[in-house]
Design a protein around this ligand. Sequence first.
Ligand SMILES: Cc1cc2nc3c(=O)[nH]c(=O)nc-3n(C[C@H](O)[C@H](O)[C@H](O)COP(=O)(O)OP(=O)(O)OC[C@H]3O[C@@H](n4cnc5c(N)ncnc54)[C@H](O)[C@@H]3O)c2cc1C
Length: 343
Amino acid sequence: MEKVVIIGGGIGGLVTAKTLAKEGIPPLLVEKNKTFGQKACGEMVTEEFFGLNLYQFLEKEEVILRKSEKMVINFADRDYFFDLKNSSLGLKKVVQLDKRAFEEELAEEAKEFGAKIFLGKEVKKLERKKDSILIDGEIEAKLVIGADGFHSVCRKFVGQKIKSYGFAISGYGKSEREYPTFFFDPEISKEGCGWIFPRQGGEANVGFGGLEAEKVKSSLEKFLSKFGLKIENEKGAFLPTQLPFRLSFDNLILVGEAGALTDPFWGAGIASAIFSGYLAGKMAKEAVEKNDFSAKFLRKYEKEVKEKIYLKSFRNLLLQKIFSFLLPHKKTVNLLLKILSRL
Ligand SMILES: Cc1cc2nc3c(=O)[nH]c(=O)nc-3n(C[C@H](O)[C@H](O)[C@H](O)COP(=O)(O)OP(=O)(O)OC[C@H]3O[C@@H](n4cnc5c(N)ncnc54)[C@H](O)[C@@H]3O)c2cc1C
């Protein structure tokens, strides 16, 4: 019998594995892909989030490709600059990650502390036993940590369905832009945006995301053609755009995107995956020490995560609705951005 099994080796699962292994309780982590960092992503994250600092989780600075104290919102061809030190966007300094390298690094560190990592193993089925969960009829765990992203088998196992979602595509291209930039243009899309996030040597992470999944590909093409961009390694993925799910159950907790912790306006989920993964690791340690895997005991984890994330999620869900409504009204949006960028 395993004490803790983590399903999913994205950022959330890997931070959980590293945190728990460092606490002296090495878990088993199973990941369906054969290598890390396969998922589409813009790879941008703030340096500070939810009372934590990104550098707590990084051993090697090379994983950070670029840092920026400014961000730009381009609306219908006009650039609005936001100084992130005191910005009305509520973001601090942002960094551009090499996310695959970050995930590989987290996995190496988790392994150094004794975690077992199985790559290329897709979990298909969970079954409830008296005081454990059986995974694919072969691995029995006292505690399962569902860090298996948007299509989470763990979340489905506890009967929770995604209610609202979007789709986003990312790739790599060339750009001379100095600062990370979001592009809103009602002529390209009324419910989505493009981005150019500079990396190193004139390379940038470029992509487009929106609420109407089937329109994202054509919006991306319009966006690329308008700015004369070409991208390679194009990948797409769904992402939740709703309030977080319930996160704690008997013998199971949900981490990151599996728990819909992704920001419903920006689509950002790296920070919340790290934050929830870190707290999940701490919670799992306590559960193992007390030999208590009940939903009642694990509820502490959910409370701590939601205390920091729920209100922000609620506010940005409202922002998503307001912005989609306002976007076609160019004069109003220009005025709003002008005011916000000067605050
Ligand atoms: C195009 C795009 C751009 C984005 N840009 C940004 C950005 O710039 N900044 C930001 O903060 N967020 C961004 N996001 C969101 C961010 O990528 C996610 O919120 C974040 O990666 C969630 O991390 P996670 O570990 O919870 O889930 P994931 O990264 O989805 O990891 C889940 C892991 O579980 C594995 N898995 C799934 N099912 C199983 C199974 N049955 N068995 C075993 N393994 C399984 C998957 O292979 C995957 O490795 C973007 C998303 C997209 C789609």
